[in-house]
Design a protein around this ligand. Structure first.
Ligand SMILES: CSC[C@H]1O[C@H](OP(=O)(O)O)[C@H](O)[C@@H]1O
Ligand SMILES: Nc1ncnc2[nH]cnc12
Length: 292
């Protein structure tokens, strides 16, 4: 029976997870360098978990400095089957209040200073990002957050900005006109890289503020964000435990969205034209598809 191994990426204010049995830390390296921090391995029931704090312990890495490729590669190399990202985000719509959770299912990528693909250099791939999250895993994560006591909104568009500065009022109003629901600085290119690594990805946005568009509120500051996270990170951590408890004892079947084998439709470089060094480097994330 195929089992679940959950990769959990913790964002701002979420640097640890609870309830792990057989907890151990492992320092790893990948062909794209070191991930943000040591991986924390453990299990809840028969579900294995691998936790990685996105900004490193002590929040050392800015959103532009996070080694997104190394993080996803490290999770893939650890045998992770599905990735749940937990991210602090600003609300761009009245109905998402600080403290609420939003399981985003669409992204707009406005980041520009990050490596966004494992491919290139003699091996080209174009994965689909039409549906960037795994609908099954996102629903499971949303259920788990509800079971942990959160008010959860299912579906919505997360706009990823480069940062590290927060948005201007004009930008915040523009993103609202675009129909975006929440704003953060990290889910892209994380979701794109997870897709290239054939890892079903879901994100639970924890709303911490109203960015700067709402006239009756002060504009977002790190202090606001951390205050709300201090009150809500326990719910985020509990959601992870609930998710693992629900999946324990169940069989994992491939994502119904075809994500586990999505590279079968994405690789374009002719075999004779492939760069052997790049192919070697890609084995850890794309070995399955490259050896077909
Ligand atoms: C601390 S406020 C800005 C910071 O918070 C969010 O982090 P994460 O997505 O890792 O939870 C946002 O994306 C920024 O990185
Ligand atoms: N308003 C905001 N903009 C960007 N990233 C955020 N993370 C938390 N709140 C945010």
């Amino acid at each position: 029976m195929s089992k679940w191994t959950l990769g959990i990426i913790g964002g701002s204010g979420l640097y640890e997870i609870d309830g792990l049995e057989d907890r151990r830390e492992e320092t790893v390296d990948t062909p794209w360098g070191a991930p943000s921090d040591a991986l924390v391995h453990g299990r809840i029931g028969d579900v294995k978990l691998v936790f990685l704090p996105r900004h490193g312990r002590g929040h050392r890495l800015s959103p532009s400095e996070v080694p997104y490729r190394a993080n996803i590669a490290a999770l893939k190399m650890a045998g992770v089957t599905d990735v749940l990202a937990i991210s602090a985000c600003g609300s761009l719509q009245e109905q998402y209040a600080p403290g609420d959770f939003l399981a985003a299912d669409q992204f707009i990528d406005r980041t520009f200073a990050r490596a966004k693909t494992f491919f290139g250099e003699g091996m080209v791939a174009h994965v689909s990002m039409a549906r960037p999250v795994c609908a099954r895993f996102s629903a499971l994560a949303a259920d788990a957050a509800e079971a942990a006591g959160a008010k959860v909104h299912r579906g919505g568009t997360y706009i990823a900005m480069e940062g590290p500065q927060f948005s201007s009022l004009a930008e915040s109003k523009l993103y609202r006109q675009w129909g975006c629901d929440v704003i953060g600085m990290t889910a892209m290119p994380e979701a794109k890289l997870a897709r290239e690594a054939e890892l079903p990805y879901a994100v639970l946005g924890m709303v911490t503020d109203y960015d700067c568009w709402r006239e009756e509120e002060e504009a977002v500051t790190v202090t606001n964000v951390l205050e709300v996270m201090a009150r809500n990170s326990a719910i985020g951590r509990k959601a992870v435990v609930k998710l693992a408890e629900k999946l324990s004892g169940t069989e994992r079947t491939p994502s119904p969205d075809g994500i586990d084998t999505c590279l079968d439709y994405a690789l374009i470089t002719a075999e004779a034209a492939r760069n052997p060094e790049t192919i070697h480097k890609l084995q850890v994330i794309a070995g399955r598809a490259l050896s077909r």
